[in-house]
Design a protein around this ligand. Structure first.
Ligand SMILES: CC(C)(COP(=O)(O)OP(=O)(O)OC[C@H]1O[C@@H](n2cnc3c(N)ncnc32)[C@H](O)[C@@H]1OP(=O)(O)O)[C@@H](O)C(=O)NCCC(=O)NCCS
Length: 209
C-alpha cells in the first residue's frame, strides 16, 4: 500500500486538516522531506509544523521526485485540487497508529488517521479521508473523495458514494448505502439506504435539506 519510496511529500492544503496530515506523514517516516503549500493570493511562509516548511504553490509543483497529497477537508475542493494536479503522483498518508487490515484496499490520495480502523475487505476510492477514530468495518466501500469524520463509522458491507460527508460520530448501519454527494450530519444514524442527495440528520437520519 505504501511500498514506493519517494523523497518528497508535498501537502496541498495548509489549514487544520493539512496540519493533521503533516503530523501523520512525519510519524509515518516515509518521506525525507515534507513541505506544505496552499492555493492563495498571499500564501503564508514559515512552517506548518516543525520540519514542515510552507512553500509557494509554484515552487512546490516544480519539486523533483515528489508525491502530492491534497489535505483539504471539503470534498468538492479536495477533488478539484487533486484534478488540478494532473498527472502528478498522489500519495496516500496512513498514520502508523491506524489499524489497517492487509486485506483492505486503499487507492491513491487517501488519508487514514490515527486510531481509525479499516477491516478486511474495506475499499477506499481515490482521495478518501478516514478521520480519527473512524471505524470502517468489513467489506465497506467508500467512494472517491468521500470523508468519514472523526468517530464516525460504517457497519459491514455498507457503502458511501462519491463525495459523501459522514459527519462526526455518525453511523451507517450494516449493508446500507449512501448515494453520491449526500451529507450526513454529526451524530446521525443512517437506518435506511439514502438514494437521494441532500443533507440528512438525526436518529434515525431524515432529510433536512
Ligand atoms: C447537518 C449539517 C450539515 C447541517 O448544516 P446546515 O445545513 O448548516 O444546517 P443548520 O445548522 O442551519 O441547521 C438546520 C437545522 O438542523 C439542525 N441540525 C443541524 N445539524 C444537526 C445534527 N447534526 N443533528 C441533528 N440536527 C441538526 C439544527 O439544529 C437546525 O434545526 P432548526 O431548524 O430546528 O433550528 C451540520 O449541522 C452537520 O452536522 N455537519 C457535520 C459537520 C462535521 O461533522 N464535519 C466533519 C469535520 S471533520
Amino acid at each position: 500500500m505504501q511500498a514506493k519510496q519517494a523523497s518528497t511529500l508535498v501537502i496541498v492544503g495548509a489549514g487544520g486538516h493539512g496540519r493533521v496530515v503533516a503530523d501523520a506523514a512525519v510519524c509515518a517516516g516515509r518521506w525525507t522531506r515534507i513541505v506544505a503549500t496552499e492555493r492563495s493570493a498571499s500564501p503564508r511562509t514559515g512552517q506548518l509544523l516543525p520540519g514542515v516548511e510552507l512553500v509557494p504553490l509554484d515552487v512546490a509543483l516544480a519539486l523533483p521526485d515528489a508525491e502530492f497529497h491534497v489535505a483539504i477537508g471539503a470534498n468538492d475542493v479536495r477533488e478539484r485540487e487533486a484534478l488540478a494536479l494532473g498527472a502528478r503522483e498522489l500519495a496516500t498518508v496512513i498514520h502508523p497508529a491506524a489499524s489497517v487490515s492487509a486485506q483492505a484496499q486503499v487507492e491513491a490520495g487517501c488519508f487514514v488517521a490515527a486510531q481509525s480502523v479499516l477491516a478486511p475487505g474495506a475499499r477506499l476510492g481515490i482521495g478518501v479521508i478516514v478521520n480519527h477514530g473512524a471505524v470502517i468495518d468489513h467489506d465497506v466501500r467508500l467512494g472517491a473523495f468521500s470523508h468519514v469524520a472523526p468517530r464516525a463509522g460504517l457497519g459491514g458491507k455498507a457503502s458511501l458514494g462519491a463525495r459523501v460527508l459522514l459527519g462526526t460520530g455518525a453511523n451507517v448501519l450494516p449493508g446500507l448505502a449512501v448515494c453520491d454527494g449526500a451529507v450526513v450530519g454529526a451524530g446521525a444514524a443512517v437506518c435506511a439506504t439514502i438514494d437521494v442527495a441532500g443533507t440528512y440528520a438525526g436518529v434515525p437520519a431524515r432529510r433536512i435539506r
